[in-house]
Write a protein that binds this ligand. Sequence first.
Ligand code: SAH
Length: 351
Amino acid sequence: MEKTDIRGLALPELEMEVTALGEKPFRARQVYQWLHQKLITDYGQMSNLLQKLRETLADHFSLTALEAVDVRISQIDGTRKYLFRLADGNVIESVWMRYHHGNSVCISSQVGCRMGCRFCASTLDGLERNLTAAEMLDQVYRIQALTGERVSNVVVMGSGEPLDNYDNLLRFIKLLGAPEGLNISQRAVTVSTCGIVPGIRRLAEEKLQITLALSLHAPDDETRRQLMPIANRYALEDVMAACRDYFALTGRRVTYEYSLVRGVNDDVRTARALAGLLSGAHGHANLIPVNPIRERDYVQSDQRSIQAFKNQLERSGIPATVRREMGRDINGACGQLRRSFLREERQKEGE
Ligand code: SAH
């Protein structure tokens, strides 16, 4: 039988497990702090526990600890892109960014992705598997340990569709906010989805204080379907209704992400349509110049079109920001570092 991952247990669950092993409940708290505050990677580091207990724990539980196999550091703004190896040999990407309000980590929620967005590198080989809560958590932990600086914000915007991995996502958010752990509040967490309507509705019912980001990318179904296959499943009208309800239930404003692709969705007429769609939606538009990937021929909009698009939205009363490109020199779109790593591995194997 596969062992339970000890890093994926909430404190009350760990207390139950530890007392079932015949230990006092306070031991569970100590173990929890080693795992979620001191961010250890090995039972041997739990130095205030008896050797015997450490061995018992190792017998009963696995312990997720990601191994950093590559890091790229931007010479422009210090952004770091990490490549982590999981216990089963899969690799994932996470990004660390320094902003004036603190350090932010962008994590992956799945190995690969099955959503098929046309401009995205993470989905080219489909979905490999979901990440466990501990694997999501340990991306944040490893990065905090490696940088030696506190992580204050977490965005679930790396590879994968978080609402396609719902239960693990929720467990991850709760563990991240545990006072006996890193204590990262829900308000400092953003979850980005391509628009899985039942997932958005379910999330709204949880009444969390996280920020929901919707990957919109087009103001009409037709254009959206060209870019995102998920738009064939859920009509824009239903996606927008789910987001409005998300705001109504949680009081949290939604971020509408919009990747600008030259000649596809970046003209002023489209900006007017977007403004119409977002009026009364209680959110703002976050414009992202599309990051070209080598497997597709989408091209970034030029600076003038981006500015004109933004101005049009603002004239119509829709708050809009253009996402600052972080780590432009190491950038490669979402999922590209992983792909180039896998290509190199395959080449080595072929030699
Ligand atoms: N699956 C989730 C989260 C991961 S993608 C979602 O779809 O929201 C995070 C964001 O990056 C999404 O808005 C996605 O559409 C966008 N994105 C992916 N590849 C991109 C690229 N090459 N250029 C610009 N934005 C991209």
